[in-house]
Design a protein around this ligand. Sequence first.
Ligand code: URA
Length: 214
Amino acid sequence: MISRKQLRQHLELLLNSGIKEIEKSGVDRKEKLQELAIQYAQCSKCDLSQGRTNLVYGEGNPFAKVMIIGEAPGQQEDLKGRPFIGRAGELLTKMLAAIQIQRDEVYITNIAKCRPPANREPTIAERAACLPYLIEQIQIIQPQMFLFLGLVSAQFLLNTNASLGELRKEVQTFMDRPAYVIYHPAALLRNEHLKRPAWEDLQRFQKHYLSLNT
Ligand code: URA
């Protein structure tokens, strides 16, 4: 059995070699995310808390290479406490499958963790109230890249007023990692004409995703 002295020497060696944070085990990451979801379930930082059934924290692989970030929960998500499980969510699952990515391989969350009334866009104040939760999720999961679904998440996180048409044309950068911006699946459900450009974007994203380290 490793002695306390050996353990301390090992930790000192790691710290002195420039590794400031000891990698958490998969179990730790999963437990940490579960703990935080429970802790924030009672959040009352903004008025959205008053109308919600459940806070929708996020779900997926704690070791996901990509974090997918949508706008805010809808009715189904609010009822079940899970992101992207309504019609747009079903389409998202199909879009991922079309590029050979299983839903449980990625981590999915939203900018706003509670459903806005009548599915309106979350206000800037509501987005900002939730931002620390998102940053914390990113710090725990450490994804290698991002996929932003729609304009709300893209404009907010990239701090820009650029149009989706512009943002999808180039790989963006968020927290020093590549970030792809694609049409929100709800927009694809409303407008058939977006399907072709959305497919092209997904293929570009897939190519990059496949090139990531395992
Ligand atoms: N739309 C979103 O942006 N997020 C969800 O979780 C569901 C629908």
